[in-house]
Design a binder for this molecule. Structure first.
Ligand SMILES: Cc1cc2nc3c(=O)[nH]c(=O)nc-3n(C[C@H](O)[C@H](O)[C@H](O)COP(=O)(O)O)c2cc1C
Length: 413
């Protein structure tokens, strides 16, 4: 099969069918209104992604409580958001009813921004801190996730990504670092309790076999005691627990997993591979292959960090440029059983129409992400986020942000 046929071939997730192998990653853009509902600008962004024809689109991280936001203008999913979210999904799906839509449910935990949220922690990390959570408070957080899943379902979403990655609450509780002696810490049985019970409760509450449930998971957070390490103070990669997590969630009905790595407030270049270390992307393929190898063939694995491959001009050495492009290498990863779908994050800002252009034979018109990471700078500065290279609106926002707040030196920009 040629790369185009591979990438445009449909795939089943649970009982649903995705028209192609492109997945739009959750990408926070901080442009929602003050009540956490999608603004006109949010809606237009997603309409555009749907018109671009990716098989599966993820909504950016949507917070299950107001006090667990990491972004000032972040989406929220509580009872008052039900109706606005329903209207939002209707509008977005009207742009293209074939693409599937999942919501990424999150609680920021120790990454909740103290300027407008309550920073809480399962065990304080040096330099982060936060109020120590009680068992009762964790039970309440779980209630918030269950309600959020029901609202997502009622609003017309096709499924949810129960976020267990990038250092947010869902991954904080899983870490070996969480060795506190409590119901949710210490042994693997205790640390996995939150994720496992939550899946069981969500499946029961939603009670719809057509509704997709899965998680984005950081296979290795990249710091001592992070998820995917060998122990509370070890940075050494050990996938025993990530694999146990995948299999435990699969048993409880998960139909897909989005592979990721890192905890961006600590290990930013691991989560968003940058142009100075493009070969870190190969680590992601190593992790997604490990996911595939331990899951049932019908459980869909979505790989991440394909933006950095670009049109082959990517700084990767000892490879043929054309075969190393996002399209060629992405298709090869699918054909080689490394992944089932290709996640597009920063690339989806650069060109939301990539899948459609590929289908229409307009590959030459695809705009490739330059991996400048100015979008990341906007996110960290709490500005509205988009592509500063190809969309003048965001170039102007970047200029204004730097004028008001100074230029930020993101680790790798
Ligand atoms: C501006 C920005 C916002 C992001 N927001 C989210 C998010 O809401 N949820 C999430 O899981 N990852 C988020 N990420 C990470 C991406 O989804 C993705 O995992 C990462 O960028 C690597 O993919 P890429 O190389 O295709 O960009 C964000 C990244 C950026 C740059």
């Amino acid at each position: 099969m040629g790369y185009k046929e591979t990438l445009l071939s449909p795939i089943k997730i649970g009982r649903r069918e995705c028209p192609n192998r492109f997945f739009i990653q959750a990408m926070e853009c901080n442009d929602e209104d003050e009540t956490g509902n999608p603004s006109e600008s949010t809606t237009e962004r997603y309409e555009e992604l749907f018109r671009g024809e990716a098989g599966l689109v993820s909504l950016e991280a949507i917070s299950v409580t107001r006090e667990s936001r990491s972004r000032d203008n972040q989406l929220m999913i509580m009872a008052p958001n039900r109706e606005p979210l329903t209207k939002f999904v209707q509008r977005v799906k009207a742009a293209n009813p074939k693409s599937l839509f999942i919501f990424q449910l999150t609680h920021s935990g120790e990454l909740s921004n103290p300027a407008f949220s309550r920073r809480v922690t399962v065990k304080p990390l040096p330099g982060y801190g936060g109020e120590l959570l009680t068992e009762e408070e964790v039970d309440k957080i779980m209630d918030g996730f269950v309600l959020a899943a029901e609202i997502a379902h009622d609003a017309g979403a096709d499924g949810i990504d129960m976020k267990l990655c990038h250092g947010y609450f869902g991954s904080q509780i899983l870490r070996p670092y969480n060795d506190r002696k409590w119901k949710y810490g210490g042994s693997w049985e205790n640390r996995s309790r939150f994720a496992f019970e939550l899946y069981e409760r969500i499946a029961k509450a939603v009670n719809d076999p057509n509704f997709l449930i899965g998680s984005k998971i950081s296979a290795w957070e990249g710091f001592p005691g992070g998820f995917g390490t060998a122990g509370v103070d070890s940075p050494v990669i050990d996938l025993t627990e990530p694999i146990a997590l995948l299999k435990g969630l699969e048993e409880r009905g998960a139909q897909f997993f989005i592979q990721s790595a890192g905890s961006p407030s600590i290990t930013i270049s691991l989560t968003q591979v940058d142009k100075h270390v493009p070969y870190f992307a190969y680590l992601h393929q190593t992790f997604s292959k490990a996911f595939k190898d331990h899951l049932k063939p019908e459980t869909v694995v979505i790989g991440s960090n394909y933006s950095v491959f670009r049109n082959g001009k990517n700084g990767l050495c000892a490879v043929n440029q054309e075969e190393s492009s996002l399209l060629h290498f992405g298709a090869k990863c699918i054909e080689d059983g490394v992944t089932d779908m290709i996640g597009l994050g920063r690339q989806s800002f650069a060109d939301p129409y990539l899948p459609k252009k590929l289908r229409e034979g307009k590959e030459a018109e695809i705009k490739y992400c330059t991996v400048c990471d100015n979008c990341l700078e906007l996110l960290i500065q709490q500005s509205k986020v988009g592509c500063c290279t190809f969309n003048k609106r965001y170039t102007d926002i970047l200029v204004q942000t730097r004028k008001e707040k100074g230029k930020l030196t993101v680790a790798h920009t």
